[in-house]
Design a protein around this ligand. Structure first.
Ligand code: NAG
Ligand code: NAG
Ligand code: NAG
Ligand code: CA
Length: 361
């Protein structure tokens, strides 16, 4: 076996072996073909199919801005919000034990040791402490469960999650987060539970993940995917068929869950109270220990596997399709125009296979 083949095999295994949520409802769209049931047409029948979901943090490229935002160069002391006069912790980029580089947002933590990226402290107050984290996959993905960002030492009081669907060319807001939505963004606060089927794709500002509750109490900032799905699929996502139907029929719904890049714009750190104590700025900074992104490769229902090829995720296209997202017919199979597979009619959908012109010999 060649080493690239072996590597490909390894990634297929990785993607198969890492389904993120065991509670994820098993999908009927796991395989792209099945033995034909009909007596008249022996052979194989094509089915719409999609790759399993996985935690895409394993595959993300992380970039942080502005340059110099990561702490430790030069070494810096920091304090905690709960005990601001105990300032013994140090960040030092040159020491493996005391450095906090961006990769620690996506690593696999072992043995209960929490590892995290950390910024410089807010020593330039009242100038805002701003940081952008850009996560890139160079591949269209479809989010299938909640995106969870875990902050150590308190969650920001103001931040925006943005997404790009075109590999970073254009961006749009995905969700706003603030302890005061009106003050930060001029938006009235909403929750996903306020959303109805007609406005499910609305971009909201939520105050649920930004209020001060103590740095150790609640560390997560969530982009709620499960709750949005359940508007159609019901609690516990029992009725996935209803969701699949909406995905096909409701304009913009599938696109809402599709992205190729995500960006977190951190606009104001946790304050541990209502105002900034300017005589102790060493307790204000951002620290992120983990970002979970349960998603699958978008393959237009023409692939059941997604593999790493030339350092890029790539659909393993079937149904005579090709391209990174199976977005076109393979050469020699263009007797009719390309179409994505369809979940409809339920339960098994339509493959919309590309076909070769019938040859008359
Ligand atoms: C973050 O990204 C936005 C949008 O591109 C940009 O306007 C802003 O200046 C960036 N902020 C930092 C701190 O780099
Ligand atoms: C991104 O993906 C495209 C399509 O597969 C590929 O041609 C390109 O080289 C990739 N770019 C990077 C930076 O990996
Ligand atoms: C969505 O629509 C419902 C029902 O029409 C309405 O009550 C709710 O306020 C809307 N939510 C948003 C965020 O606009
Ligand atoms: Ca970590």
């Amino acid at each position: 076996m060649s080493s690239t083949c072996w590597l490909k095999g390894l990634f297929i295994l990785l993607i198969i072996l890492l389904p993120l949520c065991s509670s994820q409802v098993s999908s009927p769209f796991d395989s792209c073909s099945s033995p034909s049931a009909s007596e008249a047409r022996r052979g194989w029948q094509f089915l719409p199919c999609q790759p399993p979901s996985t935690n895409m943090k394993e595959f993300m490229q992380i970039r942080v801005d502005p340059p110099g935002i990561t702490c430790g160069n030069p070494p810096e002391r920091f304090c905690t919000l709960e005990n601001p006069y105990l300032c013994s912790d140090e960040c030092d980029a040159s020491s493996p034990d005391l450095s906090h580089p961006p990769q620690l947002m996506g690593d696999r933590e072992r043995g209960g040791l929490i590892t995290y990226w950390q910024t410089v402290t807010w020593s330039r107050y009242p100038e805002p402490l701003l940081a952008n984290i850009t996560l890139s996959w160079n591949k269209s993905l479809e989010v299938v469960d909640d995106i969870i960002i875990t902050f150590e030492y308190g969650r920001p009081t103001s931040m925006v999650l943005e997404k790009s669907m075109d590999k970073g060319v254009t961006w749009q807001p995905y969700q706003y987060y603030a302890d005061d939505c009106l003050e930060s963004f001029g938006m009235s606060p909403k929750q996903v539970s306020d959303l109805a089927p007609t406005n499910l794709t609305r971009v909201i500002c939520t105050e649920k993940y930004s209020r001060w509750v103590g740095a150790k109490e609640e560390k997560n900032v969530v982009f709620e995917v499960r709750a949005r799905f359940s508007v159609f699929a019901g609690p516990k996502l029992i009725n996935m068929d209803a969701l699949y139907t909406r995905m096909e029929t409701m304009k913009g719904l599938r696109d809402f869950f599709t992205f190729s890049n995500l960006r977190l714009r951190l606009l104001r750190p946790a304050l541990g109270g209502t105002y900034v104590q300017s005589d102790n700025l060493l307790k204000y900074f951002y620290a992120i220990s983990n970002i979970d992104i349960p998603a699958r490769c978008k393959c237009n229902l023409h692939a059941s596997q997604c593999v790493m090829r030339d350092a890029t995720l790539q659909c393993d296209c079937e149904h005579n399709t090709g391209g990174q997202d199976c977005q076109r017919c393979k050469g020699g199979f263009r007797s009719r125009s390309w179409k994505p597979g369809s979940y409809l009619p339920l339960p098994r959908g339509t493959a919309n296979t590309c076909e070769a012109p019938v040859s008359r010999v």
